[in-house]
Design a binder for this molecule. Structure first.
Ligand code: AKG
Ligand code: FE2
Length: 203
């Protein structure tokens, strides 16, 4: 049985059974602080639709994205090269919180805005060529609570969890090599959600 001490956020347990490390720290921001960060980011981030290929056609996603960095790093997603906007005050504050909680450092952040549960993200891994190999990725969630799923590439084993308002999830080690992850759609969810994934790009 876990003692009370083991259950504290800073002693999060690895959720993956093998070949990767995922730690869920639960709510790292008090409710009101998480809500005010949600509102600030919603208003100040330069949100853009993403161009993706579906059945050979290029379509604009309803989900909005944004790419920020400590420097104007280049990053290619969906085959389009983007230059990072510089971190604003909210992002700088959140970076410090996430670095302290996870004991890792990051230099960039990919943001996603899902207007409701009909928007999600299919199975993928975050192993773009610009990113530090085996670098930690810290995922901060604000707004609607959503299910999140990991699936092992070979065994197909699944691990599911809920990402709460103001919560932190950290993926590290070999996670991206052996597991894919997704944010499943859920028509019942009508509220919006913002997710920030803090990453390390090499330059
Ligand atoms: O919205 C999420 O929780 C996941 C986002 C994600 O996987 C990504 O940005 O690569
Ligand atoms: Fe991802």
């Amino acid at each position: 049985m876990l003692s009370l001490f083991d259950q504290t956020a800073d002693k999060a347990q690895n959720l993956l059974p093998y070949e990767g490390e995922v730690y869920y720290y639960g709510k790292v921001l008090p409710y009101n602080e998480a809500t005010s960060f949600y509102n600030l980011l919603n208003d100040t981030i330069d949100w853009q639709s993403d161009l993706i290929k579906m059945f050979g056609k290029e379509i604009l996603t309803k989900r909005k994205m944004a790419w920020y960095g400590l420097q104007p790093y280049e990053y290619t997603y969906s085959k389009v090269k983007k230059i990072a906007h510089l971190f604003n005050d909210s992002l700088t504050q959140l970076l410090k919180i996430v670095e302290a909680k996870s004991g890792e450092t990051y230099n960039s952040c990919l943001l996603n805005l899902y207007h409701n549960g009909s928007e999600g993200m299919g199975y993928h891994s975050d192993n773009e060529k610009e990113m530090k190999e085996f670098g930690a990725i810290a995922s901060l969630s604000l707004g609607a609570e959503r299910k999140f799923s990991f699936k092992h590439r070979e065994t197909k084993e699944k691990v599911n969890l809920l990402l709460e308002h103001g919560s932190l999830l950290v993926m590290k080690g070999e996670t991206q090599k052996h597991w894919v992850h997704s944010l499943p759609v859920s028509k019942r969810i009508v509220k919006p959600r913002i997710n920030l994934t803090f990453r390390t790009v090499v330059y």
